[in-house]
Structures are given as structure tokens and as C-alpha cells.
Design a protein around this ligand. Structure first.
Ligand code: ATP
Ligand code: MG
Length: 757
């Protein structure tokens, strides 16, 4: 007699059910977006527990994000009707490995309470090592080495795996050596970086049969979501754990492999059958997420990729709305339009939580953030910082603030050694000490310290250059648009060059963010007005927990779904990214296309694609070409529309995305060209107190408190912390000429000497 089916199985379709019920042996669930792979994996987990095939602690379940792990845990609790407390091995690769490594840390020379360091710490350590090896940090930036080490770790390579050819990638063959030193250093400070969590576990598994046996014995079942994005190290780790039982179930979609730039290897999914003989391959074809037009539009785009496994998708949800393709005039209009569309949806009963804006690159969020702040629409940024909180944006703004307002000590501190200009903590501390003694702003103190011997010559030189730079930029500020000033500052300070030298993918994003900042500044007449705007924008952080629109990158949206999705910036050079276009290879373009597929398939009911006819880059209008992915959308599944609000006119027309409706407009719009001022003088190598006068000379003058101490006089014997005992030979304001007994004649600051005795 048919026993009553548990509810978690009753709702599944036959192939999903098969994926749940085939508990023994390897299973690959290979299927397109929204077909219920994650749902099936969750049901399988619940089934294993509910049927007591394993205790929760005997199941290893790997998800792509911690959020996905939490959701899976909640769903399993709901399904099994009990709390799933003991699922210690449900999490991301990182979180699971971290837990394991705590128990075996000593096998790789760590203690169980090791710290997991973040990217900032990692970069600081690497920088110290690069400098200790007497390499030029400008030529060989820490970030580049970090990228390389990550790559090696993603492949499961320890330093001894790195051959000469690989090592060549950094500092003329020093790569492997630096990697080894870095690992050694981490051990000394009892720390591991993210890549180590997995790498150390691999090392332990390979070197200690008893340990790997212990886990093989424990894990009756292994489940992996988003399998197409596993890298080689993760793959090895899974294989080591799965043998010999091979009760491993992985789910994925080759069309959604979007992390190859981080070492993910889609080949892992293609060779599953070979590596796990007898694997059962299950395909799902019914999509439960999206309506028909959305699915067909996504399918039409991804069909342009070669070498796919190929999948059919169908839905019972009906055709629904066609995918809308909207051409707008420029970035601000894109944001305005999306805001209006969302307001419109809300007025028809949608919740802000139902709406998401997906972008290709982080910098694209800025325009939306400003618009939403302006119209008071709550939003959240997932998987990234709000635009004005990003490090490079804060740096640039700190420069501007200091130029605008020399008393801004917070800004001074942030950038005095950013980019690195060889000012050690000691030099900066000396400036602080003097500033405190004088009650003067740090920049003033820095200017004053320059014609003394308080700092070592190298530090004095670079501090001098910094002070002179700030003064010069300050003198330019009035005669130059703010955006141009910002660009000048970033170029002349070496900030841009440091990012350009850095070959990591993040560096490219940072440069884009700076260009985006320049775009934001162009809307403001003066630097004051812009900085005022920034402080207001930054102040809106503390928000309530009500409904909000989600803004995130496509990468961060993997596995998620929203009723209404807005896909912004579908233009050549944005999406596909300039990087992919520059690389020119088929592989990078195909990865962009998979991203497009992921993007469209996040939508349940309404997908809206936008592209702008114009984008501004550092004040230059450039006309953009709609993304090739727009052209690849099958015409019968889309509805195109152009809106333009140039001046008072607003028109709307039906047109095919294959025409460029703005081609002529873009060309007649006068390009805002800019000229760089006549060659300004590079800072001289000698600095004298005239610098401080320049700093003072404009705008809000700062009192320097330049009076000397009244308790000092010529001929007095004094003590100075650095130079020892000496006799005052001359007094000039707050500066003293002292003949030191050991160090000779020096110029020092009066606040740094003590009266003898
Ligand atoms: P992606 O490839 O984007 O990760 P997926 O294949 O993991 O997608 P899920 O997120 O599991 O798909 O499911 C997509 C949507 O379909 C979810 O809203 C889910 O609740 C629903 N769904 C899954 N299976 C079924 C089913 N058998 N019946 C009804 N709805 C289902
Ligand atoms: Mg999924």
C-alpha cells in the first residue's frame, strides 16, 4: 500500500524526486537556471535526516555563500519540523574548512586558535615582505602578489609546487620565494588567510591518512550546490572526502559558471561522470522561477556560446511580460527611469523587496544610490560597500577635503602615506606630536617641520613633496572644475599609477570607481558644493529595517530570484566589460555571456534591460553602443522602447534595438572638452617655510601659533629626544638652531626640547 509521501517530496517533480531518493552513489543534477536544483538539494538533505540515513553531523553540505547556508538550514528545519542544531558541516567551503582546521592546526604548524586574516592584513604582510626583500613596491605591488598567491592556492599549490615558470610572474622569478616567506610569516603570527583554510586541509589530508579517514568515516553523504564554480583545490578536497563511499550529490549549471577569474573550473562538472564512475546524471527542464518570455530571452542569449552541454527549459507559468529593453539618454536618466519604474510597481502593490537592480561592475551602483537618496527610496547594497564608503573613494575625498580645508586632520591622516610615499609611522608620529604641542593642524605642523632636522632626510623629502602638492592643488582649486582637480590630484599624487601597476581584478574596479566619482563631481559647480553633497549622502547610513530595493552585482546575485529585475548598463565596454573586450578571447566573452544569462534568469515576472546612449568619462561625453547581448535577445521576446528627456522634450518611440536611435544626437551634443592647465611646476626638491605660506595664502587662513616658547633663550643648554644635549645658538619663532654635543648643528622645533635638569 502506498505509504503517505512526506510533504517535502510530494511537491517535487519526478527528476527532482529522483535526485532526492537516489541517496546512494554519485549523483549529478545538471540543469538550467530556476529549475529547482537548490530546492532538490535541500529536500535531499531533509530526506537524509528525516529518514535517519545519517545524523545531521554526518552530512557535509557545501553552499556558495553563508547566506545560502543559513537559508538551507532554515528550510531543512521547516521540512523536518525540528531545529537543525547539529549541522556543523553545512556551510561554505571556507567555513567548513575553518572548522576542520581548528582541530588539526598543529599538523601545519598552527595553533587551534589561529586567526583568519582579511585582505587588508594580507596586503600589509605582503608589503612588508616585498620591502624586506628590497624590491620596489611600486613596481611590484603587494596586491599583485596577493592575486598570484590566491591563484596558486585556488589550484591547491603550496610553495613547493611553484615551478620556475610560475614564479617568473612576480619580481623576476621571486614569486615562489616570496610565497614561501609569506606562509612562514603567517605561521609565526599563528594566522591563515582565506586560501589557506582549504590548502592546509588538503595538505593535512594528503599527509595524514588517519585524519582523512576520520572524515571519510564521518561523512555519510556529501552535497554541493553551485558545483560549476568549484576550483581545483575544492575539487581535490571533495574527491578526497568522497572516496570510497562516493555518496556525493552535486548540482550545477555549466551555463552559470561565472567565477573562472577566481580559478573556478567548469571542467569539474563536465568530468564528474569520469571521476565518479556510475554517476547518475539527472536533468531538470521545468523552470519554476520565470515566465516564458524571460526564459526564452535568456535562452536566446546563451545559445550564442559554443561548447555548451545544452539544455531545454520550459515553464507552465505562461508567457508573461516580454523583456523590456529601454534606451535612455545617459546615466542619470537611467537611474531616474528605474526609480520611476519601481515607484510605479509599488503603486500597483509591489514591495520594494521585490525589486532588484543588477549591475556588471560595482561602480555602476553610484548613480542609483544618489537617485534613490534624492527621492527617499530605501535601498541596500549586497556584497559590497555603498559607493562613498569604498576605500578608494574615501581616499580621493580625503585629498579633496584636505585641499579644501587644510585643518582636516582626519583627511591628513588617511592620505599622508597613501599611496605609499615612504613615510613611516615614526615620521607621522613626530608630526602628530608637534601638532599637539603647537595646537596646530597636522598639515601646518608638517609644513613647519620641514626646515628642521626632526625627520630623516628621506621622510622629510617625501613629506615636503606632499605638503607642496597640497599647496599647489589648493592654488589650482579655484580655477579648475572640481572633477578635473580630482583627476589631477589622483594622477599627480601617484594614486592612479599605483592602481594601474596593480594587475588584480579589484584594481581595475577601483579605477572605474574613481572615474565614476569624477562623473558624480561634474554635477557640482564648486568643490564646496560637492563635498557638502558627499557629507549629506554619507549621513543616510543609519536606516530602518523596512522594505528596500536591492542593488548588487550579477556575481552576487547568483542563486537568488526577484519578481522584478532591472539590468542596467547593457553597453559595450560596460557589459561585456572593457576588460573582456580588451582580452579579446572567446573565453572571456563567453563568460560575460554566461553572466548575462545569470542576470536575466534572476527575474520571475519582469526583466527590464537598460542601456544609455551616452556616458561621461572624465568630462568627455562618449556615445555608447548597446551591448551585443541586447542584439542577441530574440526579437519576439522583447519590447523595445526609447525615452529621452533632453531639455523639455520627452519622446518615446518604438524602435528595434538593432538601430541606434541616438547616433545623431550623440554626435550633435557638444562634447564638453577640457584642457589641462599649462604645465604646472613639479615640486622642487628643496622645501622651505614658504610652503606653509602657500598653504595659508588662500581661503580660510589658519593660525599657525608661530610664537616661540618664552622659557628658552640663546645660550641655554637643552635636551632633545633624538639629538641629545646641546646649546641654543639662535631662536627664530618656534624653531631653534642648536649646537648638539654629539650630533652637531641642527635645526629643531622648540616643542621637542626640554630644559636641562
Ligand atoms: P539557480 O540555477 O538560479 O540556482 P535553481 O535551479 O537552484 O536556480 P531554485 O532556486 O531551487 O532553482 O528554484 C527556483 C524557484 O522554483 C524557487 O522559487 C523554488 O521555490 C521553485 N521550485 C523549485 N522546485 C519546485 C517545484 N517542484 N514546484 C514548485 N516550485 C518549485
Ligand atoms: Mg540554485
Amino acid at each position: 500500500p502506498p505509504t503517505q509521501e512526506p510533504a517535502y517530496i510530494a511537491g517535487l517533480n519526478p527528476p527532482q524526486r529522483e535526485a532526492v531518493l537516489t541517496t546512494e552513489g554519485p549523483v549529478l543534477l545538471l540543469a538550467g537556471a530556476g529549475t529547482g536544483k537548490t530546492a532538490a538539494l535541500t529536500a535531499r538533505l531533509a530526506h537524509l535526516i528525516a529518514q535517519r540515513l545519517a545524523w545531521p553531523s554526518q552530512i557535509l553540505a557545501v553552499t556558495f555563500t553563508n547566506k545560502a547556508a543559513r537559508e538551507m538550514k532554515e528550510r531543512v528545519s521547516q521540512i523536518t519540523g525540528g531545529a537543525v542544531e547539529g549541522m556543523p558541516y553545512l556551510g561554505t567551503f571556507h567555513s567548513v574548512c575553518a572548522r576542520m582546521l581548528r582541530s588539526h592546526a598543529e599538523l601545519v604548524g598552527l595553533q587551534s586558535n589561529f586567526t583568519i586574516i582579511d585582505t587588508d592584513d594580507q596586503l600589509r604582510l605582503l608589503k612588508q615582505l616585498i620591502e624586506a626583500n628590497r624590491l620596489d613596491i611600486k613596481r611590484w605591488p603587494a596586491r599583485q602578489l596577493a592575486g598570484l598567491i590566491d591563484k596558486w592556492k585556488n589550484r591547491g599549490w603550496t610553495p613547493k609546487h611553484i615551478d620556475a615558470a610560475e614564479s617568473e610572474a612576480f619580481a623576476n622569478g621571486k614569486g615562489a620565494e616570496l610565497y614561501a616567506q609569506y606562509q612562514e610569516r603567517l605561521k609565526q603570527v599563528n594566522a591563515a588567510d582565506f586560501g589557506d583554510l582549504l590548502l592546509h586541509m588538503l595538505t593535512i589530508f594528503k599527509g595524514h591518512e588517519d585524519v582523512v579517514e576520520q572524515y571519510r568515516d564521518r561523512f555519510r553523504y556529501i552535497l554541493v550546490d553551485e558545483y560549476q564554480d568549484t576550483n581545483a583545490a575544492q575539487y581535490d578536497w571533495l574527491r578526497l572526502l568522497a572516496t570510497p563511499r562516493n555518496n556525493i550529490c552535486v548540482v550545477g549549471d555549466d551555463d552559470q559558471s561565472i567565477y573562472s577569474w577566481r580559478g573556478a573550473e567548469v571542467a569539474n562538472i563536465l568530468r564528474f561522470e569520469k571521476d565518479f564512475p556510475g554517476a547518475k546524471i539527472i536533468r531538470l527542464e521545468q523552470n519554476y522561477r520565470s515566465t516564458g518570455h524571460i526564459l526564452s530571452a535568456a535562452g536566446g542569449v546563451i545559445a550564442h556560446n559554443s561548447g555548451r552541454l545544452g539544455k531545454e527549459l520550459w515553464t507552465e507559468a505562461g508567457d508573461g511580460e516580454k523583456v523590456r529593453v529601454i534606451a535612455v539618454w545617459d546615466g542619470p536618466e537611467e537611474a531616474r527611469r528605474v526609480g520611476e519604474e519601481i515607484e510605479n510597481l509599488v503603486s500597483k502593490g509591489a514591495s520594494l523587496d521585490d525589486c532588484a537592480i543588477l549591475v556588471r561592475a560595482q561602480h555602476q551602483t553610484r548613480e542609483f544610490e544618489e537617485r534613490f537618496i534624492a527621492i527617499g527610496m530605501d535601498y541596500q547594497i549586497i556584497g559590497g560597500f555603498r559607493f562613498y564608503e569604498r576605500a578608494e573613494i574615501r581616499d580621493a575625498i580625503a585629498y579633496l577635503r584636505l585641499v579644501h580645508q587644510p585643518q582636516d586632520d582626519l583627511a591628513f591622516d588617511r592620505i599622508v602615506n597613501t599611496p605609499k610615499r615612504g613615510l613611516g609611522d615614526k615620521a607621522v608620529a613626530t608630526v602628530h606630536q608637534f601638532a599637539r604641542a603647537q595646537s596646530s593642524p597636522l598639515l601646518m605642523a608638517a609644513a613647519q617641520i620641514l626646515d628642521t632636522d626632526e625627520l630623516r632626510p628621506a621622510a622629510r623629502n617625501s613629506l615636503g613633496r606632499f605638503v607642496a602638492d597640497i599647496a599647489r592643488w589648493r592654488s589650482m582649486a579655484g580655477s579648475m572644475p572640481a572633477a578635473e582637480l580630482m583627476k589631477t590630484i589622483m594622477d599627480e599624487s601617484g594614486y592612479t599609477a599605483a592602481l594601474q601597476a596593480d594587475k588584480s581584478p579589484e584594481a581595475a574596479g577601483r579605477l572605474e570607481n574613481l572615474a565614476e566619482l569624477a562623473r558624480a563631481m561634474e554635477e557640482y559647480e564648486t568643490l564646496d558644493a560637492f563635498l557638502e553633497h558627499v557629507s549629506l549622502v554619507m549621513d543616510t547610513d543609519a536606516r530602518d529595517r523596512g522594505e528596500k530595493v536591492t542593488i548588487m552585482t550579477i556575481h552576487a546575485a547568483k542563486g537568488l530570484e526577484f519578481p522584478n529585475v532591472f539590468l542596467a548598463g547593457w553597453e559595450e565596454g560596460i557589459f561585456p566589460s572593457q576588460r573582456a573586450l580588451d582580452e579579446g578571447g572567446v573565453a572571456s566573452l563567453e563568460e560575460e555571456r554566461r553572466l548575462a544569462y545569470v542576470a536575466i534568469t534572476r527575474a520571475r515576472k519582469l526583466a527590464t534591460i537598460l542601456h544609455a546612449a551616452n556616458r561621461r568619462i572624465y568630462g568627455q561625453w562618449t556615445s555608447s553602443i548597446p551591448s551585443r547581448f541586447v542584439d542577441e535577445l530574440p526579437e519576439e521576446h522583447i519590447e523595445s522602447e526609447a525615452t529621452m528627456s533632453g531639455g523639455a522634450s520627452l519622446w518615446k518611440a518604438q524602435f528595434s534595438p538593432h538601430d541606434d536611435p541616438f547616433a545623431h544626437v550623440a554626435r550633435t551634443k557638444p562634447a564638453r572638452t577640457q584642457t589641462r592647465g599649462p604645465g604646472w611646476q613639479r615640486a622642487q626638491s628643496r622645501y622651505d617655510s614658504s610652503e606653509q605660506r602657500i598653504v595659508e595664502s588662500r581661503g580660510s587662513a589658519v593660525s599657525l601659533g608661530n610664537k616661540g616658547r618664552s622659557d628658552l633663550e640663546v645660550g641655554q643648554r637643552v635636551f632633545h629626544g633624538k639629538f641629545g644635549y646641546g646649546t641654543i645658538e639662535a631662536i627664530e619663532g618656534n624653531k631653534l638652531e642648536i649646537e648638539f654635543e654629539k650630533a652637531g648643528r641642527k635645526r629643531v622645533l622648540d616643542s621637542f626640547v626640554n630644559l636641562e635638569g
